[in-house]
Design a protein around this ligand. Sequence first.
Ligand SMILES: Cc1cc2nc3c(=O)[nH]c(=O)nc-3n(C[C@H](O)[C@H](O)[C@H](O)COP(=O)(O)OP(=O)(O)OC[C@H]3O[C@@H](n4cnc5c(N)ncnc54)[C@H](O)[C@@H]3O)c2cc1C
Length: 451
Amino acid sequence: MKTKRKEDADIIVVGGGASGLMAAGRAAQCGARVLLLEKTSAIGKKILVSGKTRCNLTNSNDLNNFIDMYGPNGLFLHSVFHRFFRFELLTFFERYNLKTKTEQGGRIFPVTDDARDIVRVFQKYLLNFGVRIMLRSPVEFVERKDRSIFRVKTAEREYASQCVILATGGSSWPETGSSGDGFKLAAKMGHSIVKLRPALVPLIVYEQKLAASMQGVSLRNVRATAFAGKAEDIDTKLISDISYGRGQKKKPKAPLIESRFGEMIFTHFGLGGPIILLMSLGVVDALQKGPVSVLIDLKPAVTKQQLGRRLQKDFDTHGKKKIISVMKDYLPSKMIEPVIDLTGIDREKLAHQITAYERQKIVETLKALRFNIKESLPLKNAIITAGGVALDEIDPRTMASKIVPGLFFCGEVMDIDADTGGYNLQAAFSTGYVAGESAAEQVMLPHEKMP
Ligand SMILES: Cc1cc2nc3c(=O)[nH]c(=O)nc-3n(C[C@H](O)[C@H](O)[C@H](O)COP(=O)(O)OP(=O)(O)OC[C@H]3O[C@@H](n4cnc5c(N)ncnc54)[C@H](O)[C@@H]3O)c2cc1C
C-alpha cells in the first residue's frame, strides 16, 4: 500500500539533457514518480549537436586513463564509474537496439553516425517508465519548503516534490538551453560555485593580422606548446617532443603549461582545432596569472639541424627560383608569404641569394611560430564549462547535496570537465544514472524498491 503522496512527483528532474534524461529514466525505472522539467521546446538539444551531430558518447580508454581525462577532479568519479561505466552504458543502448562503433582514439559513436538515435533511445526509456515531461518549463526557483518538500517554480506554475535533481548543464552553447541557470539555483540553496571558465575553446591572439592572413589553413602533425610568458622571450630549447596535459603521464615544469601534437587551424582571430581546444583550459587558467604564448613547431619530425641541411640542399638545387617558390615544399601556399615576411627576408630574393643567417631565421620560424594569447572565445562558444557546483559539497557515492537533503546533482552543472573524446557525455550519463537511482532510493518505500 502506498502512503501519503500529495506532491506532483516523488522526484523533479530539472533539465532534459544527457544527464537529466538518464537520471529521470533511472529514477522512474526504480519505481519513483518522476517529472522532468525542460526549459526549451525539446529534450536532448546538446546531444544532437555533440560529436558534430554524430555524438561521441564514450571512449574505449581503460578506467585509470579515462579518469585522468578529467584532471584532478576525476577522482570524484571513481565510485560513480564503479556503479555505471562504459560497459553498462553500451549495454543500456543495446537494450534499445542502438549499436555502436569505435573509431580512432577510442571514440565510440552510434553505428548510424546520428545523434538523433541517442535522443530516440531516451524518448523510449522515459516513455517506458512513465516519466512525465513538461517542455518549455524553465525553472526559476527551487526551495526546500519544509523538512521534506521541495517547491519548484517555473514561469507558469509551481510544483512540489520530495527530491530534486539539478541537471541544468553548464553555460556553453546557450542556444541548446544551458545558460547557467543551475549555478544560480544551486547558489541560492547555499552551494558554492567554483569559478566558471571556458574549456575546449579556440584562442584569440594579439598577432591577429598574421593569424587572419593564414585563416582557414589546417595543419596536421604539428606541435603546439603553451608557455607562461611573452612569445618573444621563450627559449625554443624549452619545446620538447613530449606531450603534456590531461591524460599524459609527465607533468610539465614551468614555464611550460601544456604541449600537444596533432591538428590545428588558423582562424581570423587566432588559433583553433583539436590540439588548441585541448590546451585551452590550461591557457585560460594561466592567463589569470600573466602573459601566455603558444609556439607552433611546424616541423616537429626533424631537428633544427636537419631542417637547416634540407633547406640548404634545396636552395642549392633550385638556386634560380624565388625563395617563396622553394618554400612550397615546406608550407601550405597560404602560409608562405606570411612566414617569409616574419623572417624579414625579401619575398623576391632568389634561393641562391639566401644567406646562412637568413636560412637560420627560416629554420627558427618553422620550428617556432610564435603567438601571444590575448584571451579565449567566451564561455558561450566553449564546448564545455569548467567550474560549477563545488564537488566537496556533493556525496560522490550518491550525487546528493551535502547541504540540502533531498537535492541531487548530475552532469556539467558540477565542477567536472574533460578533454574531447566522449568523456564529458560518459560523465553526464554516469552521474545521471547514479543521481536517479539514489534519489529513487530516498523516496521509495522499502516494499516498492526495485531489487
Ligand atoms: C558542440 C558541442 C559538441 C559536443 N560534443 C561532445 C561529444 O561528442 N562527446 C562528449 O562527450 N561531449 C560532447 N560535448 C559536451 C557534452 O555534450 C555535455 O558535456 C553534456 O551534454 C552535458 O550534459 P548535461 O545533461 O549536464 O547538460 P546539457 O546537455 O547542457 O542539458 C541541460 C539541460 O537543462 C536544461 N535547462 C537549463 N536550465 C534550465 C532551467 N532553468 N529549467 C529547466 N531546464 C533547464 C537545458 O535546456 C538543457 O536541456 C559537446 C558539447 C558541445 C557544445
